[in-house]
Design a protein around this ligand. Sequence first.
Ligand SMILES: Cc1cc2nc3c(=O)[nH]c(=O)nc-3n(C[C@H](O)[C@H](O)[C@H](O)COP(=O)(O)OP(=O)(O)OC[C@H]3O[C@@H](n4cnc5c(N)ncnc54)[C@H](O)[C@@H]3O)c2cc1C
Ligand SMILES: NC(=O)c1ccc[n+]([C@@H]2O[C@H](COP(=O)([O-])OP(=O)(O)OC[C@H]3O[C@@H](n4cnc5c(N)ncnc54)[C@H](O)[C@@H]3O)[C@@H](O)[C@H]2O)c1
Length: 481
Amino acid sequence: MTAEDTRSYDVVVIGAGPVGENVADRTTAAGLSTVIVESELVGGECSYWACEPSKALLRPALLRAEVARVPGVQAGGAPLDVDAVLAHRDRMAAHWDDDGQVEWLRTAGVDLQRGHGRLDGPRRVAVSTPGGGTVHLLARHAVAVCTGSTAALPALPGLAGLRPWTSREATSATKPPGRLVVVGAGVVAAEMATAWQALGSQVVLLARGNRLLPQLEPFAGELVAERLREAGADLRFGVTVSSAVRMGGGVGVLLSDGGRLTADEILFATGRAPRTGDLGLETVGLAPGDWLTTDDTFTVTAVQGDWLYAAGDVNRRALLTHQGKYQARIAGAVIAARASGTPLDTAPWGTHAGTADLAAVPQVVFTDPEIASVGLTTAEARRTGRHVDVVDYDLGHVAGALQHDPGYRGRARALIDPDRRTVVGCHFAGPGVAELLHSATVAIAGEIPLERLWHAVPPFPTISEVWLRLLETYRDQRAAL
Ligand SMILES: Cc1cc2nc3c(=O)[nH]c(=O)nc-3n(C[C@H](O)[C@H](O)[C@H](O)COP(=O)(O)OP(=O)(O)OC[C@H]3O[C@@H](n4cnc5c(N)ncnc54)[C@H](O)[C@@H]3O)c2cc1C
Ligand SMILES: NC(=O)c1ccc[n+]([C@@H]2O[C@H](COP(=O)([O-])OP(=O)(O)OC[C@H]3O[C@@H](n4cnc5c(N)ncnc54)[C@H](O)[C@@H]3O)[C@@H](O)[C@H]2O)c1
């Protein structure tokens, strides 16, 4: 090991996705020297193959669908200009060039080390650089693993020869496939089926269960399935792929029910796996390929010494950019506090506790209609034995929703803790509900009592009026008991 190959920092961050960038920003702001290691593009999955390009594909699709339902808008039914949408997507993915994000790191005062990082024993990271060398990074205080996740593929025979689409191809493809088979029923499947069907593909979606978006309230998947079918997609439930082969220019698919399909491409949207397979986890006593379990301070629980942290997708707490960045802010504060010997505030909702991961994770699914969800679902309440009151309201009866679209279809559900009289879960499905969600997140994270929520007056005529309708419905439900 030569002197030039070895550098010491207070903090080493592995992975410069949105989460790693935020850890590094916080530790640098606290006066700790920080280096971030990145093997691909600074900005991570979210910027180039996930949130940004997918939402750029979806926004025109959703707007077109909405406009077609509003009377008097002449261009309503016109097909999308595919080239313009794809060019917009390319811009939103920064043309897969990370110069802008590298410049941001520089202004934030974070050093960048390009290459593949691996743990090399406690507080040590070895980086295989693009030039073929190795740089050894020594961390005085902390190593933060923020390596994210990758598409998990089912164990099908001949998968390598099939060359299926994963979320990466689904967000970066340069033309719509004529026929696209989408395998899965989760968020990626629902969003990408929506986007590519609107861009001209004939989508066949294969769900092994009996509904779309199974993690969410059942009405969410039902409404999305209804709209996808109206858009021309072929949705099949209780079926999956037994085998698939690439043949000529397309793929041949054998289904579990004995049926066969041919298509131009097949997308596996079948969940995520942690990017920890080649991370040197064995050098610190952990198993390669595992998710990294942390406590609420984002310290990896199975490693002694409070020096190893994991934030973002890789800890599996909530696979969402905003939630990973929340974790990053807290992990950064924890690292800085420990480095300066300041006691941690780890009480629920304390400065150094990621309590929101457990109580208030917001998510928007950008389908037609939008799905917006935060906090407990009825299925989780049942599974954990938590007693909640459930309040439902038809968003199509809200005056503001009817102004939005006279044929508005949507639903709202609030879960209420009857003893504390606070909202613990809130779920909306309908056009335009994405921007409504933060009100629910504030109500849950703030543990605002219902008595005070009555004083939060929603403006007329907006979709937010659903808050008043939910409170009224709950009041009447309780009175009827
Ligand atoms: C199609 C799709 C759409 C999505 N849309 C949304 C959305 O709308 N909203 C939302 O909140 N979330 C969305 N997500 C989820 C979101 O993309 C992730 O939650 C987010 O990217 C996680 O950030 P991260 O920093 O933990 O990981 P990543 O963004 O995956 O970044 C990890 C980084 O680490 C690097 N890396 C990995 N291993 C190493 C190593 N050994 N050495 C050096 N570098 C390494 C990678 O190259 C990468 O740059 C979407 C996901 C998908 C797949
Ligand atoms: N708008 C957003 O916030 C957004 C958008 C996209 C992705 N994401 C995040 O990315 C993560 C990954 O999304 P995802 O949709 O890939 O995963 P997911 O876990 O949401 O859904 C995976 C789906 O694949 C199915 N599946 C798994 N193995 C299968 C098999 N062998 N055959 C058939 N079906 C199979 C599952 O039943 C499930 O329906 C999610 O956790 C989500 O939070 C968020």
